[in-house]
Design a protein around this ligand. Structure first.
Ligand SMILES: *Cc1c(COP(=O)(O)O)cnc(C)c1O
Length: 365
C-alpha cells in the first residue's frame, strides 16, 4: 500500500491554459491601444502563475495585497508591480519598496508615499482614482481630485503622477458604459489643463470594462485595463453579460475532491426542519429517493456551494457544510464509487477561497 499523503482535496493550475487566456485578452486589448495589467489577487498570487503574467508581457502585474508581490519577487518575478488597493498608511514604505505604481485616493497617503520614496531613493508612480458612481474607492469631488493632482505634480517630488483611473462594477454594481468611461476622460482632461501636461495612463477598470473592447466603443484615450477574472476564470462576461467567451479556457484552475460516501437517500430531510450548519433557513425539494455522493471538502474550502461547477455531466451540487459537499449523481454519465475523484471548475469567489484554503493542496501543471 502506498503511504497516505492526503493528496485531496487538490487544486490544479494549468499554466499553458492561463498563458493562452492572457495572450488572447492581451491581443484583443492591444488592437484598441489598451495595455493589460494582469491582476493576480483572484488566485492569491500563486507565484508560478504570476510568472506566467510576466512572461506574457503584461504592462503591470497588479494585486491588492503586498504579501503577494513579496511572494512573487521571492520566486524571481521582476514585475513591474501595481498595488491596486489604495495603500494603508501603515504599509506606505513597503508599498513603495515593492510596487512601482499604486492606485490612490487620499492626500495623507500620497504624502506618506512621497516620504517613503525619498527614504528609498525611488520615484513612485501614482494613479489617482476617480469614483464615477460605484462608491468604492476614489475621489468623489472633482475639485479634490484636481487638488490632489496639483499636490503630486508640484509638491511631492518623489512621486510621479502617471494618470487617472476608475473602478466600476464592484460595490455599486455600475456597468462601465462608454459614457461612464468618457467621464474618466473628462477627469483626465481637467487635470491636464490644471497641470499643463498630458497624462500617460487612463486606467479604465477591470474585467467588466472588456465589453467596451469587444463592442468597439472604448473611448480612445483609455489605454489601460486591470484584468483578473476574465483571464483567470473567464466566466462572468459569458454568464452575467452574455458575451461569447468560448475562445477562452474556463478550466485554468480545477478543484479535485474525493468521494467518501455513495448512497441512495431521500431528497427531503426527515424530521423537524430548523437551520443548516451556517444558521440559514433552507428550502428542500422532494424529488424522491436519488443516488448521491458525499465529498470530503466543504464551504471552509470554497465558501459557496453554488459557486463550484461539476465537470461531469449530470452531476448537481445540492449543498454543503463546512467540510462536506453533497452532490446528486442520479443522472451522472459515469458511475461514482467511494475513493473516486470529482472535478469542478471555479468562479471568482470560489477561486479566491480555494487558493486561500490551507486544506487544499496546490499542484501546478
Ligand atoms: C480586483 C481589482 C481589479 C481586477 O478585477 P477583475 O474583476 O478580477 O478583473 C482591477 N482593479 C481593481 C482596483 C481591483 O480591486
Amino acid at each position: 500500500m502506498p503511504i497516505n499523503r492526503e493528496p485531496y482535496p487538490k487544486l490544479t493550475a494549468d499554466l499553458k491554459k492561463l498563458r493562452d487566456n492572457i495572450d488572447r485578452i492581451k491581443s484583443r486589448c492591444a488592437e484598441r491601444g489598451v495595455a493589460l495589467t494582469g491582476v493576480i489577487k483572484g488566485f492569491t498570487g500563486i507565484p508560478a502563475c504570476v510568472k506566467v503574467f510576466e512572461d506574457a508581457g503584461c504592462q503591470y502585474i497588479g494585486t491588492s495585497r503586498l504579501e503577494q508581490i513579496r511572494g512573487a519577487i521571492e520566486y524571481g518575478v521582476k514585475g513591474p508591480f501595481m498595488l491596486i488597493r489604495v495603500p494603508m498608511l501603515s504599509e506606505a514604505y513597503e508599498a513603495v519598496r515593492l510596487a512601482d505604481i499604486s492606485l490612490n485616493s487620499e492626500p495623507a497617503v500620497l504624502r506618506a508615499l512621497n516620504g517613503a520614496a525619498g527614504k528609498l531613493g525611488k520615484t513612485h508612480k501614482v494613479i489617482l482614482m476617480a469614483d464615477l458612481g460605484d462608491l468604492r474607492e476614489g475621489f468623489w469631488s472633482k475639485g479634490e481630485l484636481l487638488a490632489a493632482a496639483r499636490l503630486v505634480e508640484r509638491e511631492l517630488g518623489n512621486l510621479y503622477l502617471a494618470g487617472v483611473g476608475t473602478n466600476l462594477g464592484c460595490y455599486g454594481s455600475i456597468f462601465p458604459t462608454a459614457d461612464k468611461l468618457n467621464e474618466l476622460v473628462d477627469c483626465a482632461e481637467m487635470i491636464e489643463a490644471g497641470i499643463g501636461r498630458r497624462l500617460d495612463i487612463l486606467s479604465g477598470g477591470a474585467s467588466t470594462s472588456l465589453p467596451r473592447i469587444f463592442d468597439g466603443d472604448m473611448p480612445e484615450r483609455i489605454n489601460q485595463l486591470r484584468v483578473g477574472e476574465a483571464v483567470v476564470n473567464a466566466r462572468d462576461l459569458q454568464e452575467l453579460f452574455g458575451y461569447d467567451m468560448s475562445f477562452m479556457h474556463r478550466d485554468v484552475f480545477v478543484l479535485h475532491a474525493e468521494v467518501v460516501e455513495v448512497k441512495d437517500k431521500p431528497t427531503y430531510p426527515d424530521g423537524e426542519i430548523m437551520f443548516d450548519a451556517f444558521g440559514m433557513k433552507r428550502e428542500y425539494v422532494d424529488r424522491g429517493v436519488r443516488r448521491r455522493a458525499l465529498l470530503a471538502l466543504g464551504r471552509a474550502d470554497y465558501a459557496f456551494h453554488d459557486m463550484i461547477f461539476p465537470m461531469d455531466e449530470g452531476v448537481e451540487v445540492l449543498g454543503a457544510s463546512s467540510d462536506h459537499t453533497i452532490v446528486d449523481i442520479e443522472d451522472a454519465r459515469r458511475e461514482f464509487k467511494v475513493g473516486d475523484i470529482m472535478k469542478f471548475t471555479l468562479c471568482y469567489a470560489s477561486a479566491v477561497f480555494a487558493t486561500n484554503s490551507p486544506n487544499i493542496k496546490l499542484s501546478v501543471i
